[in-house]
Structure formats: structure tokens, C-alpha cells
Write a protein that binds this ligand. Structure first.
Ligand code: RTP
Ligand code: MG
Length: 143
């Protein structure tokens, strides 16, 4: 059976701070295999669609504005227990509460601008991966 997958996005702050390499290195060092990757500039509509679950939250407008403020780098990652292990690697949503040595603790400025996204369930990982990647863009899906 294929290992579990999760969807991450290196958010616009990660790209602006020239941290694509460092964050990707940490992800790979932690044992995640990158099976899809691209750089995209989200629009308000595509950012809002991705985070539609947060539509009614007070921070939604800010979130959409931030996520469409510059290019970002979505990736599909594969590893045993990928969803939970990735959220451990990135740390809590608010970097002030994130464990020492996590990606958000080390690089994020605020709860809003927190460097990376990670899917919160296997099911959402599948939905989120399909939001960015067609079947043929996920290399491991090819024969
Ligand atoms: P993500 O979905 O990006 O991986 O983050 P998460 O699961 O740790 O947090 P979630 O509750 O899903 O929130 C999604 C993103 O919304 C922004 N946010 N801002 N200003 C605020 O209080 C606030 N709360 C959340 C963050 O960018 C968060 O990652
Ligand atoms: Mg979330």
C-alpha cells in the first residue's frame, strides 16, 4: 500500500523570505518524499476557495489577502503517517506557541503569516492535493 500523503504550501512569506530551500531541506530531512511541486500565484478567488472552510472566521479576509500576496509553492508529500508527522514538523498555527525547532517557531512572524500549510486529515489532504495538481502531475501516480 502506498504511504500516506499530505499537501503542504510554502506560503508567500516563505517565498518572500527566500526560505524555499531551507524549508524544503527540513521537509526532506524529516523523511518526506516530494511527489508533486509547483510555484503558483493564487488569486483572491483561488485562495478563498482553498480556505473555504474558514469563510465565516474573522481572519478570513486577511488570510485570503496574504495567500494571494505573492507566489507560493504547493507540494504533495509522501511518508508513513504523513499528515500528523507533518503537523508536528511545522508546529502550532501560532508561532509563539509552536515547539522549539519547528518550522513555524523558527521562521514565522505571526499566526497569520506562518510560513507553511499542512493538511489536517488524510481526506482533506486528498481534496487539497487535487485543488493544485492533476493526477498526471503527481509523479508517483505514473507507471
Ligand atoms: P494551515 O491550515 O494553514 O495549515 O494552518 P492551521 O491548520 O495550523 O490553522 P487553521 O486554523 O487551519 O488556519 C488557517 C490559516 O489561517 C490563518 N489564521 N489566522 N489571525 C488569526 O487569528 C488566524 N488564525 C488562523 C493562518 O495563516 C492559518 O495557518
Ligand atoms: Mg488548517
Amino acid at each position: 500500500m502506498a504511504a500516506e500523503r499530505t499537501l503542504t504550501i510554502l506560503k508567500p512569506d516563505c517565498v518572500k523570505k527566500n526560505l524555499i530551500g531551507e524549508v524544503t531541506r527540513r521537509i526532506q530531512e524529516a523523511g518526506f518524499k516530494i511527489v508533486a511541486m509547483k510555484m503558483v500565484r493564487l488569486t483572491s478567488d483561488t485562495a478563498g476557495g482553498f480556505y473555504a472552510v474558514h469563510r465565516e472566521r474573522p481572519f478570513f479576509g486577511e488570510l485570503v489577502e496574504f495567500m494571494s500576496s505573492g507566489p507560493c509553492v504547493p507540494m504533495v508529500l509522501e511518508k508513513e503517517n504523513a499528515v500528523a508527522d507533518f503537523r508536528t514538523l511545522i508546529g502550532a498555527t501560532n508561532p509563539a506557541e509552536a515547539d522549539e525547532g519547528t518550522i513555524r517557531a523558527d521562521f514565522a512572524d505571526s499566526v497569520g503569516e506562518n510560513i507553511v500549510h499542512g493538511s489536517d486529515s488524510v481526506e482533506n489532504g486528498k481534496i487539497e492535493s487535487a485543488y493544485f495538481f492533476s493526477e498526471s502531475e503527481v509523479v508517483a501516480n505514473k507507471a
